[in-house]
Ligand binder design. Sequence first.
Ligand code: ZN
Ligand code: ZN
Length: 320
Amino acid sequence: MTKNGILCQTNGRRVYLDPKNTDDTGINFVSHAHSDHLPSKNGGTILASLETSEIANLRGFKMQNHVQNLDSFSLIDSGHILGAKGLLFDDIFYTGDICTRDRGFLKGAKIPKCKTLITECTFGLPEFVFPKIEDTQKHVNELISDLYGKGIPVILMGYQLGKAQTLTQIFGHWGPLYFHDSVKQMNLLHQKFGISLNDGIGHTEAQRSGLLDKKPWVMIAPMMSSKSAFLQEMKSKYNAVTVGFSGWAQSPRFAFGRRTDYSIPMSDHCDFNELVDMVVKSGAEQVYTIHGFVEEFAEHLRKMGISAQPLREDSLDDFI
Ligand SMILES: [Zn+2]
Ligand SMILES: [Zn+2]
């Protein structure tokens, strides 16, 4: 672990995994385009999928020296968001952010065999076991139907990149369908990559042309504070109800549920059981945990007889 993120020095190469700043002399792997995984500047070689590079570009980071593949490195679909990859090299598998469950157009990751596994564990506590996506769909469709019956518009909220497209795909049959402008822009990029998503009008245009006055409707919007000007307006003018989607909604111990009128557990990450399954399937002899409940998840693995240690920024230069 270095100040710049995870560094693997193998076979004379320096491989950085989702570095904060790219290294001029190394190979810099960027697993996907969520902002906590994008480097802040260019340098060296950047290894990432084409989708990741294009989404990064849309978000204001233009990758230089970008390559989509390199000899002896395999990019493995991680099922997290469009273009998200894990990296397999020298018997090491780095998951990036990973999900092994199918959701809409995103297919769950298939885990390769490896000796060393570096895995995220965002939801690495046993209380995080997510419901089946079919059950969630049924529950939310009933909720929308109920609100529609009373003429109440519904705003479905999830991360602008990833969750919002899944919501568009599984709830886009409701109409009239509107999008927050930022979601519309991200959906267009997904459509360009061949993902089929229903179309809808952006919120600025829908509001300007008076369409939002004709209730009820469904809108898909990014996660935002209930105090944001946008939500305040949607609530006061149109009496809209908000439904938030996040893995954190699974546990009452976390504050997520208090942000929206309804909160639904749905995540683009593995839940606890899926993380454990993934580790077992990989056959790894050594596991390093990053992101989330690193200590707790590593301890759980050790109790299962698997050698596991957390990678923390305060344990600089300790490993591999
Ligand atoms: Zn992510
Ligand atoms: Zn992440």
